[in-house]
Design a protein around this ligand. Structure first.
Ligand SMILES: *[C@@H]1O[C@H](CO)[C@@H](O)[C@H](O)[C@H]1NC(C)=O
Ligand SMILES: *[C@@H]1O[C@H](CO)[C@@H](O)[C@H](O)[C@H]1NC(C)=O
Length: 393
């Protein structure tokens, strides 16, 4: 989720803006994307036929298993999010949750299952953020679960000085099973620094991970607000090691892939979705970009190849919601698709449309969305939201 705290640094921004005198060229569009100007209204769209799933609290990311309709989510507690979100430099270990969990939602029964796991890291537990769930190519019932785990650092150094000891955990499970088994913890000082979201491979052995900042703590990490490009994407293979795969991005958040291998990364601050092609050495090269007018969070792609992006319509409200989850924050989901309309000829290659918008009454603080195109169900969850929602659309 990494973008939202930055608004709280408004003093810094304003100061830098004065120094740089760059209001016209940068800050104005920044404020517009962030929804700080009150002229941006929140409408109601597709929010009538929705059902609350009360058990699914503070689920940062959700992944749909399209063949079965089962939904997997990385969940926590809304209260702990106010204390421990390393991406937002919230480093209160006393209030952190280390008992985060992967939930499975079955739309046929409305039943929520918390996947159990045995202790795999001497009680350090799970403090979850982004996730991916990928079916094995050879055995489609066999699923690999990739989780960003923001562990509390060992050794007593305060996390506000050293940051979280963030890693990517790989688990495996069988479709519909109520437990998951730990496969590996992957840590790397160059490729997994400030992990946000992850894109896993179908063999359980490699993944791409977005790093929303260049450093875990320190002043330099704030400079992406004024255009510094220190965020990056890392690549790891459990047998071959890790390395940076794409460098020099302002900010990164959600990551997803189309079935043909094209990878999409949300650049939260610029509101752009980067279109990336994987090279033979596993690095990524940008081939295109899709512009939106919003701050962006998670991405998912449906069976028809349409990308869903969780946008942040009013950044200040989102910031307040993450500090105090009982304060509502509007939710907006965008759909990005290839433009086949007549204006495609004039260079509008991608179409950006709203598919869900709500002032926070039905769904507050949504950071992740997924669309089941076969069952016409839109799932919404949020990093600090008091519940998840499923809507018939
Ligand atoms: C840290 O979290 C604990 C437990 O929720 C809380 O009592 C305490 O006030 C928090 N400290 C700060 C500085 O927010
Ligand atoms: C891959 O699929 C996406 C989504 O359907 C499409 O937009 C893109 O053009 C495709 N890329 C290639 C190289 O075929």
């Amino acid at each position: 989720m990494g973008v939202l705290q930055r608004v709280l640094l408004s003093t810094t921004i304003v100061l830098l803006a004065i120094i740089g005198g760059f209001y016209q060229i940068y800050l104005k569009s920044f404020l517009a994307r962030a929804g700080i100007s009150p002229s941006r209204l929140v409408q109601s769209l597709n929010n009538k036929n929705c059902k609350i799933i009360p058990e699914l609290q503070a689920c940062e990311e959700l992944i749909l298993h399209q063949p079965s309709g089962l939904v997997y989510l990385a969940c926590s507690t809304p209260l702990s999010r106010a204390h421990w979100i390393p991406a937002m430099e919230q480093f209160n270990t006393t209030g952190a949750s280390t008992t985060d969990y992967v939930a499975m939602y079955d739309p046929a029964t409305s039943h929520v299952t918390r996947l159990t796991t045995s202790d795999f890291n001497n009680g350090r537990g799970l403090s979850l953020h982004g996730m991916d769930v990928v079916a094995s190519t050879l055995h489609p019932e066999h699923l690999f679960i990739y989780l960003v785990n923001h562990r509390i650092p060992l050794g007593g150094a305060p996390p506000s000085d050293v940051g979280a000891d963030s890693v990517v955990e790989i688990f495996e499970t069988v479709l519909g099973s109520t437990s998951m088994q730990h496969v590996k913890t992957v840590a790397d000082g160059n490729a997994i620094v400030t992990p946000n979201s992850v894109l896993g491979s179908p063999d359980g052995k490699s993944f791409y991970v977005t790093n929303d900042h260049g450093a875990r703590v320190g002043f330099a990490r704030k400079l992406n607000l004024i255009g510094s490009k220190s965020a990056f994407v890392g690549y790891c293979h459990v047998d071959e090691g890790c390395r940076p795969a794409l460098s020099k991005i302002t900010s990164t958040n959600g990551i997803t892939a189309a079935s043909n291998g094209t990878i999409y990364v949300a650049n939260s601050i610029t509101g752009v979705v980067e279109v990336l092609e994987r090279q033979s050495d596993d690095t990524l090269v940008a081939t295109d970009s899709i512009k939106t007018e919003y701050f962006l969070d998670n991405l998912s792609i449906d069976d028809d190849g349409q990308i869903l992006a969780a946008a942040v319509p009013r950044l200040p409200l989102a910031g307040k919601h993450m500090k105090n989850p009982s304060l509502t924050s509007p939710t907006l989901i965008l759909r990005l698709s290839i433009n086949i309309g007549s204006n495609a000829f004039y260079g509008e290659k991608y179409k950006v449309e709203k598919v869900f918008e709500d002032d926070g009454t039905v769904m507050s603080g949504g950071t992740s969305a997924s669309y089941d195109s076969a069952r016409r169900k839109l799932y919404l969850s949020g990093i600090a939201s008091p519940y998840a929602v499923v809507c018939d659309v």
